[in-house]
Design a protein around this ligand. Sequence first.
Ligand code: SAM
Length: 289
Amino acid sequence: MNKQDDHRRGSGLVRPGRVKEVTSLTNPIVKDLRSLAIKKFRDQQGVFLAEGLKLVIDALDLGWTIKTLVYSKAGKGNSLVEPVAVRTIAKGGDVLEVSEKVIAAITRRDNPQMVVGVFEQKVQSLPAIKPQANEVYVALDRVRDPGNLGTIIRTADAAGAKGVILIGDTTDPFSLETIRATMGSVFAMPIIRATEAEFLSWRKGFSGLVVGTHLKGAVDYRTIPYANRPVVLLMGNEQQGLPDQLASSCDQLARIPQEGRADSLNLAIATGVMLFEIRRDALKLAPDV
Ligand code: SAM
């Protein structure tokens, strides 16, 4: 960014973005975008990639800041891509028209989507979270698998939860795999990060219900009264489950009864079962139109 750009941004004026055509994999802008497959570079730049026109439109509609819109030449003249390019430029983002080979390299896919957006990361901190009655937050202890995390963000969105709290060292919510698995819900679901110590200290000031899920839980998850109070649903790590300190901070330890040979449910499935039980009374089918 040059000094004039700095000045214009500082004065609140948004510099209109630029449009460029790039076909070479060795172009420095393309190298920069390819580096976003690696967490270190995503974090350095504070951005992430989201694939697909629908996701990009949803993100813009929800007020997310777009840095760059990338679309393959095949999309040129597409009546849906052009307005998105115009919105990107108006917001000061850049627009790159690239070959399919370039977009495949950026997203590391053989059959890439025609459109990719580079968005600013957004993460909240725990002290800002003040759950109200009938609101549910999902807290995940050291979740490891990007597919699980993305699926949980999507499920939390569908169940009407208010946010997903990531405790400790977790898989990156902004990796390509996680974002793909959220199917766009990452733009609707606040992500909150905390260390285990920060969560335990916040939990002391939280007067709602903290329900942990545990394979040694003594309470059937269907017998807990969840209604009329804020609820935090605490889920354990895929391999180790909830550590003792987190488990003992819970008001209740719930278990989903099982049959068969499986020791436990997959983390994302268990989270879905719990969330839809907690939200049982709140969720209604929309009347037929
Ligand atoms: N080996 C781990 C253990 O001993 O806890 C298994 C963890 S399980 C794959 C991951 C998480 O899913 C658990 O920590 C718990 O939060 C949840 N979970 C899985 N099956 C469950 C069940 N039947 N009841 C309650 N929670 C369950």
